[in-house]
Design a protein around this ligand. Structure first.
Ligand SMILES: [Zn+2]
Length: 731
């Protein structure tokens, strides 16, 4: 049985075939299955005096001008923007005389064909609630009720108890009964951290007969119980709110502002099943942060939501770290951020805090992006990404193996390192949730990358084994598969047969201290040397890992192209002489298994690449990925610069997105100017049965000269300023 037969017989329908075509349908809000229609979202995160002070007409006209077809308007929770009748639900003090404010905005949006979501926020409440229902308030580990840290006189609500389960359920129900909204979107509904209130203590004790944990150590079974208990409660609240919403308005749904990747607090597999649509909230950025972080969210959400509509929430202001909520950042930064989201399948959603503008500069940036998006909507209604490589991410590895203390070193940095290596190599790729390793989900992929995915069950290892056996490629690093699904260390790798190597020991003398001054010896006598060290032929040595495992290769493995040069002293200088020139300890295991290929690095090549950015490691990672993939990439780009490059299929076309990240600020997101890229020679593989009728650019609008060679389409893009989309129409 070859790989194709295997997938045809095991997968009822391939991921590609099962994806429904998008197609621009006329907009009519308030009907079932509205979720796929809105392409551009507008959110007014209202402040309490907006009902009296904001210019409603301005906003409705602005929504129309920018072709927004979805809106999110604040309705209740902290402040009710409508005449609520629920006790303790505080009406805006500026609602008197403006009682129809929410209704007017809703009607105005709906008349323009927009779907409207009502926003709620349950994280904070008032003194009268504190006095009447002290048990609704969040309690800290010291046993004290927690005042709101930013707003004196208010209190943090317990979001796991009756405040959410009862009070916010009533609020949610009242909103959907009164107003024809597409759903309720709530923010900070999981907020405020671990709570020690009487409900949390009693409910946890009832479930586990234990006291709430005081630490966040993933090796502490009580904390692991807590994680499960908390997650179950969150989903209970989600499903309860969804139920009351659908009872009142069958076409409406609860839309949680939740989700993410490996470090997300909610199981993304279940989120993907529950949510009819979801939005990645990426309004804040850190001081140092990759410019492709928004797009990464798109890949992560898609990994469990499939082809459901996903949006990317952005902000034109500098919201982090000091919360200048009404500010405006450089248009270059906003553009690249949003474009990278679009290139990765996110539908743009701007959030404006307050309807009263304090700086109008952001309005033009949004307008430019949205009007372009509207004009090219046909080419942005993707039916499937074209990518043969997937990066696996694992919430169980983050929660149970790394814990909060290990998140950066063991989870985020390895993942960011391989992500950057793929960006560097311009290889299109997707993210893959580790609970989606079944043949149907994997059928679209040729290669999976496991950046230190330490916690894997026997069943997951078996799925990976099958994937490789039938022709898949695998690249894995460091402690991948060395623990079970609960993060408990095992005697040997779960994937020992794929790696062709057994675990012997951890090399670092102290588990929390990095090795310094280590090297790799390139073994030119290995048949695999020309493959793995392509481009590094002049290297006599390469810098080594900072966390290493010693492994013993099996007899079936050929001679490997990298071996260990053990850590040399690094100070005093006089003592830094090498005592060993090389060893026979392998630092890579390249293996053939069935019809597939595997490269295992028993050290943190991905993490070191992220932290140190030594080009050698990027080159070795690229070579490893290409060797295991063993087929041409569906997209090949030659030219200088850094791009986030993606390829998509639509109903009657394909698109290639190039987001130009070539910028002196590239590895911070705060770009202040856009710099045009040099020319790029591009080759795209055209699917069988498709005939190219036209190739044209959607940003620098115009035809693109091109040539076909077999199934390969070749063309040149002379320059990209920020974003270019090459549309390939099929006859
Ligand atoms: Zn509580």
């Amino acid at each position: 049985m070859n790989r194709r037969d295997f997938f045809q017989t095991t997968a009822a329908a391939s991921a590609f075939a099962s994806l429904a075509a998008g197609g621009a349908a006329p907009l009519a809000s308030g009907d079932a299955d509205w979720f796929d229609r809105p392409m551009r979202w507008a959110q007014l995160n209202l402040v309490e005096d907006d009902p009296a002070k904001m210019d409603r007409k301005y906003w409705l006209e602005y929504f129309k001008k920018i072709h927004a077809d979805g809106a999110c308007l604040s309705a209740g929770g902290v402040v009710a923007f409508y005449p609520t009748k629920i006790k303790f639900h505080h009406r805006s003090k500026w609602l008197a005389g403006n009682e129809t404010f929410f209704e007017e905005m809703l009607d105005g949006c709906r008349k323009q064909g927009m779907v409207v979501l009502a926003r709620t926020d349950p994280h904070a409440t008032y003194l009268d609630v504190y006095e009447a229902h002290p048990d609704w308030i969040s309690v800290g580990p010291d046993g004290k009720r927690r005042p709101h840290p930013d707003y004196p006189g208010m209190w943090l609500a317990c979001t796991l108890g009756p405040y959410n389960l009862d009070f916010m359920t009533d609020v949610t129900q009242e909103i959907v009964e009164l107003y024809n909204v597409g759903g309720v979107f709530s923010n900070r509904w999981t907020g405020n951290g671990m709570c020690y209130c009487e409900h949390c203590r009693n409910d946890f004790a009832a479930a586990y007969n234990e006291e709430l944990p005081r630490d966040r150590d993933p090796r502490n079974p009580v904390y692991r119980h807590y994680l499960t208990w908390e997650q179950n409660r969150r989903f209970e609240i989600w499903e309860k709110w969804d139920k009351v919403i659908r009872k009142a308005r069958p076409e409406a749904r609860y839309i949680a502002n939740s989700g993410g990747g490996a470090t997300s607090g909610l199981d993304m597999k279940k989120v993907g099943e529950l949510a009819p649509t979801l939005f990645a909230d990426r309004q804040c950025r850190d001081r140092v942060m990759v410019p492709w972080a928004n797009g990464k969210n798109g890949k992560e959400y898609r990994s469990t939501l499939g082809n459901k509509a996903i949006g990317g929430i952005f902000n034109v202001g500098i919201v982090s770290p000091y919360r200048w909520l009404n500010s405006t950042k450089s248009p270059a930064e906003t553009r690249i951020w949003v474009q990278d989201g679009i290139a990765n399948g996110l539908r743009p959603w701007f959030n404006m805090v307050s309807g009263q503008l304090r700086d109008r500069r952001g309005q033009k940036v949004i307008e430019d992006l949205y009007v372009w998006h509207y004009r090219n909507e046909k080419y942005l209604r993707n039916t499937a990404p074209v990518a043969r490589v997937g990066i696996v991410y694992s919430q169980q590895t983050a929660e149970f193996y790394a814990g909060a203390a290990g998140l950066q070193r063991l989870i985020e940095y390895p993942q960011l390192g391989v992500y950057q290596a793929l960006i560097d190599a311009r290889i299109p790729f997707e993210m893959v949730h580790d609970h989606n390793l079944d043949p149907q989900n994997l059928s679209r992929f040729k290669t999976l990358i496991l950046p230190n995915i330490a916690a894997l069950s026997k069943a997951q290892c078996q799925q990976l084994r099958e994937f490789v056996k039938y022709g898949g490629g695998l690249v894995a690093t460091y402690e991948t598969s060395l623990c079970d699904e609960n993060g408990t260390p095992q005697q040997d790798f779960g994937l020992v047969d794929l790696f062709g190597a057994s675990y012997v020991s951890h090399t670092n003398p102290k588990s929390n201290v990095a090795l310094q001054n280590t090297y790799l010896y390139p073994e030119k006598s290995s048949d695999l040397y020309p493959v793995l060290l392509r481009g590094l032929e002049d290297a006599d040595s390469v810098i080594g890992g900072t966390w290493q495992l010693t492994v013993k290769t099996g007899s079936g493995l050929p001679k490997q192209p990298l071996s260990r040069i053990p850590a040399v002293a690094n100070l005093p200088m006089e003592k830094t002489f090498w005592t060993v020139d090389k060893t026979d300890i392998p630092e890579v295991c390249m293996n053939h298994v069935g019809n597939g290929r595997v490269v295992y690095f028993p050290w943190d090549i991905d993490r070191v690449y992220w932290e140190v950015m030594a080009g050698d490691h990027g080159t070795i990672l690229r070579n490893a990925i290409q060797w295991v993939t063993n087929e041409p990439s569906p997209l090949r780009i030659v030219g200088k610069g850094m791009f986030d490059a993606t390829v998509w299929q639509q109903k009657d076309s394909m698109t290639v997105h190039l987001v130009n990240l070539t910028n002196p600020m590239a590895m911070r997101p705060q770009m202040s100017e856009l710099i045009a890229s040099p020319p790029q020679d591009i080759e795209v593989e055209i699917p069988n049965g498709k005939k190219v009728s036209r190739v044209h650019a959607l940003v620098k609008v115009g035809a693109i000269p091109h040539a076909m060679s077999g199934r390969t389409l070749k063309f040149n893009v002379p320059s990209v300023l920020d974003h270019e989309v090459i549309a390939i129409d099929f006859a």
